[in-house]
Design a protein around this ligand. Structure first.
Ligand code: ADP
Ligand code: ADP
Length: 221
């Protein structure tokens, strides 16, 4: 069955509908790109998916159950919502150590995951405020991965990455999915998700406007 199930998910702020009756599923082993312009409702939908914002109606399930990031940090779901907001005064390694403690990660996992995202010991000993956007994205991914989750929920993870960085992320997420992991990632840029994702869910003004494999959607079938 589906690892992520989003059913008629809706969020209203007063009379404004930010997410409007959104439904889709993500199967295990898939990398799904959530594509839409800024303001389309991607972050709001993802925040509802991880339980940081209550839905007005509808529901979002991970592994058949509602997920609450703040009550169940890390174990099954790795989340990266805004990489730029993370702890500017700490070193990269400290950020990952804290995440490892919070998520009950196994010994040795901090160095393993820093290596996995390509942050060198020298880089991970620098303070996050001195990181480039690309390094922050790598660090955010390391934080999301440190608990060895089955599911990754990543909001704009490719933001600010150069083509090489996008290719690197594709390889990392593809390997994660090939090991049975499930990935939902958002982007406002087709070229980013087109390279990284197997399937796309396209959203505009809070509504799903198209979904299918990247090939299907790009060939216009
Ligand atoms: P995206 O992630 O696709 O850029 P968001 O989910 O951040 O879009 O925002 C969707 C819409 O909801 C935007 O118009 C945004 O201004 C609005 N919005 C988001 N959060 C709130 C809020 N707390 N109160 C009112 N409007 C909000
Ligand atoms: P604070 O008490 O500082 O608000 P939070 O628990 O809200 O701490 O988390 C701070 C940041 O860490 C948030 O941006 C959140 O998205 C991220 N975070 C928390 N738990 C996880 C997790 N399990 N996986 C990935 N990121 C997480």
């Amino acid at each position: 069955g589906a690892m992520i199930q989003i059913e008629h998910l809706t969020k209203r702020y007063g009379s404004f509908t930010a997410v409007d009756d959104v439904s889709f599923t993500v199967e295990p082993g898939k990398v799904v790109g959530f594509l839409g312009p800024n303001g389309a409702g991607k972050s709001t939908a993802m925040r509802m998916l991880v339980g940081l914002t209550p839905a007005t109606s509808g529901r979002a399930l991970v592994h058949g159950r509602p997920y609450r990031l703040l009550e169940q940090p890390g174990r099954h779901v790795g989340v990266m919502l805004d990489a730029s907001a993370q702890h500017p005064g700490r070193t990269g390694r400290e950020v990952i150590r804290l995440a490892a403690i919070q998520m009950g990660a196994r010994r040795g996992r901090v160095d393993e995951v820093l290596d996995l995202v390509g942050l060198t010991p020298k880089e991970s000993s620098r303070r996050v405020r001195n990181y480039s956007l690309g390094m922050r994205q790598r660090l955010g991914l390391a934080a999301a991965l440190v608990g060895e989750p089955e599911v990754l929920v990543l909001d704009e993870p490719a933001n600010g990455l150069d083509p090489q960085g996008i290719h690197w992320m594709r390889t990392l997420l593809r390997d994660f999915a090939d090991d049975g992991g499930t990935v939902l990632l958002s982007s406002h840029l087709l070229h980013e998700v087109q390279v990284i994702a197997d399937e796309l869910v396209m959203i505009g003004h809070g509504r799903v406007v198209a979904q299918g494999s990247v090939e299907e959607l790009l060939s216009g079938r």
